[in-house]
Write a protein that binds this ligand. Structure first.
Ligand SMILES: Nc1ncnc2c1ncn2[C@@H]1O[C@H](COP(=O)(O)OP(=O)(O)OP(=O)(O)O)[C@@H](O)[C@H]1O
Ligand SMILES: [Mg+2]
Length: 401
């Protein structure tokens, strides 16, 4: 019997939206991409949907592209969320074990996670997700899951992913406006981490840095669990803006210059070019000047990453290293720069578990798809299902069109 799942992922990014449909063969575990597209979009600022109507239009175009490439049905999607008004707060919950035989049940785990959500948040903020860091049974640390253990008191230490409610509402409006049903909402950097980090790296201690156009997200893991998560409101488009100002040229030219000549690598050992000329724009500047502009902005972004690492006291304690991804990670020399600044092993992320995805700008989208498959396999049964599985459907029913 052919057993497979088909899912759709939608990555709403500041520079473009990306969409992907994939099929997972439950027998072999292989994932095949059935369709993939990227559409420019102006309705997103610093990772947040600022103009839902514009984003809706771009999603409709992306859907059409997928249909043309042969994807039959696109209804449910897993979608990302970004922007610096998404943040993690540590919290905890405590419940008494309910069964007479004092064996911890699924319901007890759900209740303790529910209890850990009860945090006083400002009125326009809400909890998007609860990520357990650790369970304690009668004060003792439990193994990965406390299910079936005997005890009286069950405690959970968690990270709450919180969001500024209007950001979530605009995102919902943009997606449902395009006739899609939201099956799950996953922070971009967590999706990228799913795509680019192995479970072994997460166990050892590792992090992902997703440099997008409008924001940069980081997520650090230890013992397989998320220990910290943050988003900074700067990305690679800010480098482009700085180049436009520094060279007094328009954004499109600055973007071209960044991609063609932008580098953080030192020119040591290479043939030196003393001037870069763009005759049609009457521009002439030194590579050193361009590197200075880029370095200033990247430095600022990495200072924030460094601060975040210090905050979690994990500097030098992430032996699995840092993986850089997102379109902004295509800047030559960025890996060396990151190694020096963070004093950790750093490398470029590659999407694992899906063959053929080479573009780092697609890591989030691939990670959304992979997270969707993980959740489907955990949460449901049935020989062949399309769309999104049970748990998430309930949570995000409010976004159904
Ligand atoms: N070769 C390159 N060198 C430097 N930067 C590049 C290169 N190619 C793409 N970029 C930059 O990558 C950015 C787009 O990356 P990505 O698609 O990951 O962002 P996004 O998902 O749209 O934005 P965000 O995640 O911040 O909302 C753009 O700012 C683009 O200029
Ligand atoms: Mg992105």
């Amino acid at each position: 019997m052919a057993r497979s799942i088909i899912l759709n992922a939608l990555d709403i990014g500041t520079s473009s939206i990306k969409m992907m449909t994939g099929q997972k063969d439950l027998g072999t575990g292989d994932v095949t991409i059935l369709g993939q597209t990227q559409v420019p979009c102006l309705g997103v600022r610093k990772g947040e949907v600022s103009n839902p109507q514009e984003v809706t239009q771009a999603i409709i175009v992306a859907k059409e592209h997928l249909k043309k490439s042969g994807v039959a049905k696109i209804k449910g999607v897993l979608v990302n969320i970004g922007g610096s008004r998404l943040y993690a707060v540590p919290s905890q919950g405590l419940v008494s074990v309910s069964r007479a035989d004092q064996k911890i049940s699924k319901e007890d785990i759900q209740r303790v996670l529910q209890a850990s959500r009860a945090l006083n948040l400002p009125s326009n903020k809400e909890v998007l997700d609860v990520l357990p860091k650790e369970f304690l049974v009668d004060g003792e640390e439990a193994p990965v899951t406390p299910l079936g253990l005997a005890g009286i008191r069950l405690e959970a230490k968690v990270l709450l992913i919180c969001v500024f409610s209007p950001v979530l509402e605009s995102l919902g409006e943009a997606v449902t406006g395009a006739g899609l049903e939201i099956g799950g909402i996953i922070p971009s950097s967590l999706a990228s981490a799913r795509a680019c980090l192995t479970p072994q790296q997460k166990e050892l201690g590792a992090g992902v840095v997703d440099i997008g156009a409008g924001d940069t997200g980081v997520a650090f893991f230890e013992e397989g669990k998320l220990i910290d998560f943050a988003i900074f409101p700067w990305g690679s488009s800010h480098i482009t803006n700085d180049i436009a100002i520094g060279l007094r040229t328009e954004i499109a030219t600055a973007e071209r210059i960044k991609r063609e000549f932008g580098t953080l690598a030192s020119s040591k050992g290479k043939k030196r070019v003393s001037k870069i000329e763009i005759p049609e724009k009457s521009l002439s500047f030194s590579p050193k000047f361009l590197k200075g502009i880029i370095e200033a902005r990247i430095s600022e972004i990495f200072s924030e990453i460094q601060k975040e690492l210090k905050k979690t006291s994990k500097q030098n304690l992430l032996p699995g290293g840092i993986v850089l991804t997102g379109g902004g990670a295509k800047l030559p020399g960025i890996v060396e720069f990151a190694k020096q600044r963070l004093k950790l092993p750093c490398r470029l992320g590659r999407v694992k578990d899906i063959p053929g995805i080479e573009d780092s700008a697609f890591s989030t989208c691939a990670g959304l798809l992979l997270t969707g498959f993980d959740l489907e396999i955990e949460g449901g049964e049935g020989p062949h299902r399309e769309g999104i599985g049970g748990i998430f459907k309930k949570i995000f029913k409010m976004f159904s069109p």
